[in-house]
Design a binder for this molecule. Structure first.
Ligand SMILES: [Zn+2]
Length: 317
């Protein structure tokens, strides 16, 4: 599907952001009365796919009223500056903690370079362009964005990052959860079921906040959630329960590694996470070989390990 639009009905659509590899990140479109909101911006590489999708939906770039960022990690926000230059009427909706990083991305780029390394930064993200202040809408908890009469409610949902919002579309009883409701790659789907796993990437993972945010999302009783990685997740209450267990398992792994020598810590966490992933995928009934599973998840495991190491360091300091 990497080059077609997924139509979820209710005027909700998804495309592959073409971030890094196919089917790693999705961008979602909500359309109402000929006006559009795009949830997350992907990277600079996503631009042609966004413009093509608009065209296929019968919309012009002028018809986009909002680009809403779930958070400002670069796989979600790295392409925002470039995208906004092509959408003349759009406002960029962002958590108050993320706004200044969109106006001046220097700190964001420096932080991401520490996580990814300079070479990967250039390859994955290119030049991160700023967004003019006057085009930004800061969205504190319970901000309502009006898309041609369709109300989109923004909720403050920390846990993955402190600058994270979840967007609620009551009209379709669905929520757009960015990374706070975990990640579920379609590669692991088995017998129509979906495998979900947390993302604890650096530097603001907070398990208690993640539990609270998952509770808040579940309290809305959504029919489905739309994750950035990768799109529609069904069977929400059961997935939430699994995700909560996995968050606790991540935190436990980090706590155990907290007493290790710093040089050994990251390696130890990575080994434990790899075991956790393979055990859980097995329990889930996944029929892929361990190497195939790791080919899909290795980068996520590395990122999760780094994020957990940062978290446990902060806790212990
Ligand atoms: Zn992400």
């Amino acid at each position: 599907m990497t080059d077609s639009i997924i139509d979820y009905k209710n005027n909700i659509f998804a495309i592959d952001a073409h971030y890094w590899r196919p089917l790693r990140a999705a961008l979602h479109f909500i359309v109402e009365n000929g006006r559009a909101a795009i949830i997350d911006a992907g990277s600079n590489d996503s631009l042609p796919y966004v413009l093509r999708a608009l065209n296929q939906l019968g919309l012009t770039p002028e018809a986009v009223d909002y680009v809403i960022l779930t958070h400002v990690h670069l796989d979600h926000a790295g392409g925002a500056g470039l995208l906004m230059r092509h959408l003349p009427n759009a406002r960029l909706v962002v958590h108050p903690r993320g706004a200044r990083h969109m106006i001046d991305p220097a700190k964001l780029v420096a932080g991401a370079t520490l996580v990814y390394g300079a070479e990967a930064m250039r390859r994955l993200y290119g030049e991160i362009l700023p967004v003019p202040k006057e085009r930004l809408i800061e969205a504190p908890h319970e901000t309502i964005i009006n898309l041609a009469g369709r109300e989109l409610l923004c909720l403050d949902t920390p846990g993955h990052a402190k600058h994270h919002i979840t967007i609620v579309d009551r009209q379709s009883a669905s929520v757009f959860t960015g990374d706070v409701f975990g990640v579920s790659y379609r590669d692991l789907d088995t017998d129509g079921r979906q495998f979900v796993f947390p993302t604890t990437s650096p530097v603001q993972f907070d398990p208690e906040a993640a539990h609270a945010s998952i509770g808040l999302i579940c309290s809305l009783a959504p029919k489905v959630v739309y994750q950035t990685h990768f799109s529609e997740l069904r069977d929400v209450p059961a997935q939430a329960e699994h995700l909560r267990r996995m968050i606790d398992a991540h935190a436990a792994i980090a706590r155990r590694a907290g007493s290790l020598d710093p040089a050994e810590r990251l390696k130890g966490i990575r080994a434990d996470l790899t075991r956790l992933l393979l055990d859980e995928a097995g329990r889930f009934g996944c029929r892929l070989e361990p190497e195939q599973i790791l080919a899909v998840w290795r980068t996520d495991i590395n990122m999760n390990a780094k994020g957990l190491a940062v978290w446990i360091d902060k806790r212990n300091s």
